[in-house]
Design a protein around this ligand. Structure first.
Ligand code: PDD
Length: 285
């Protein structure tokens, strides 16, 4: 069965899914995206993802290509067409197609929208979480608006590639000696004091939706949390570390730059938080 994509109001087989070469997303990375997780046919954290989608579009003055209501219908139809119950849904909107010129087009153009969905294996993710993953550190060379979920991702791509070459799954980005976040996830440590530490919201990081929901779990569990930058040294000396994203949920980190975190195995706090996050999403989806 071929995979289907959604492209500008049509469902088309993936191999026939194309956009115009003068789409501003293709030429200028002038667009935004979201990645949402679907488990057993239910969208996790969808309200948060749609709110951030709207914020990213507004920050770049791109009109919403379709309403949130329509977007939810498209997601459901795309999942049905692809016969997917557990999936990662990718949606992208760009300013649209116009003759190449840096400023926004003078004539109104329709924003473009595309969506794809692919199978997500939760059991595989769970077994990865049992082993824990490795990360490397890399300089954070991104622009000053990392809070916008823009499709302009070259620094993230380069950092991820460096991680892959080192046998790691993620790169923790470092600015002024502190970890801002991962190339495609948020970064957390559990200090020796037991407090959770993660970079505060602001222009320097993407406000992860998983991060946001996990903070609610953390409050329920009455775990102390400090939203502040932490240094690479602090991370090396942490009791535990983990990362969060729609694609990883809560994923224990057992090595940073090949140095063991804690005893080199996934920690108890990370394990509890992964469970708490899953339970919350299941009950709210
Ligand atoms: N990335 N920080 C960055 C830079 C990200 O790209 C992501 C998500 C996150 C976590 O956000 P969330 O919890 O809402 O997934 C943080 C997606 C998964 C991606 O680019 O594939």
């Amino acid at each position: 069965m071929p995979s289907f994509a959604y492209v500008n109001r049509q469902y088309v087989p993936l191999r026939e899914a194309f956009v115009h070469i003068e789409d501003r997303g293709y030429q200028f990375a002038d667009g935004v995206y979201e990645v949402c997780l679907v488990v057993s046919g239910r969208l996790w954290d969808i309200d948060g993802h749609l709110a951030r989608w709207a914020r990213s579009l507004a920050a770049l003055s791109i009109d919403a290509p379709i309403s949130d209501r329509a977007l939810r219908i498209v997601i459901a139809k795309l999942l049905a067409r692809n016969r997917l119950k557990d999936a990662l849904v990718y949606m992208q909107a760009t300013r649209g197609v116009a003759r190449r010129n840096h400023p926004f087009p003078l004539q109104a153009v329709l924003p473009s929208i595309v969506m794809t969905a692919r199978h997500f294996d939760l059991a595989k993710s769970d077994s990865m979480a049992q082993m824990g993953v490795q990360v490397i550190t890399a300089p954070d060379i991104r622009w000053g608006r990392a809070d916008i979920k823009s499709i302009s991702l070259l620094p993230n791509v380069l950092a991820k590639e460096a991680a892959r070459r080192d046998g790691a799954v993620e790169a923790w980005l470092v600015r002024d000696g502190c970890v801002t976040e991962g190339a495609a996830s948020n970064a957390w440590i559990v200090a020796k004091s037991g407090a959770l530490i993660t970079h505060p919201l602001g222009n320097e990081i993407l406000g992860g939706i998983t991060r946001q929901t996990l903070l609610a779990c953390v409050r329920d569990l009455q775990i102390r949390v400090e939203e502040r930058p932490f240094s690479v040294e602090e991370a090396f000396g942490a009791q535990e570390a983990f990362l969060t994203s729609a694609t990883n949920l809560v994923m224990p980190v057992v090595q940073i730059d090949r140095r063991a975190v804690g005893d080199g195995r996934p920690g108890e706090v990370s394990r509890r938080l992964r469970e708490a996050y899953k339970e919350r999403c299941v009950s709210e989806a």
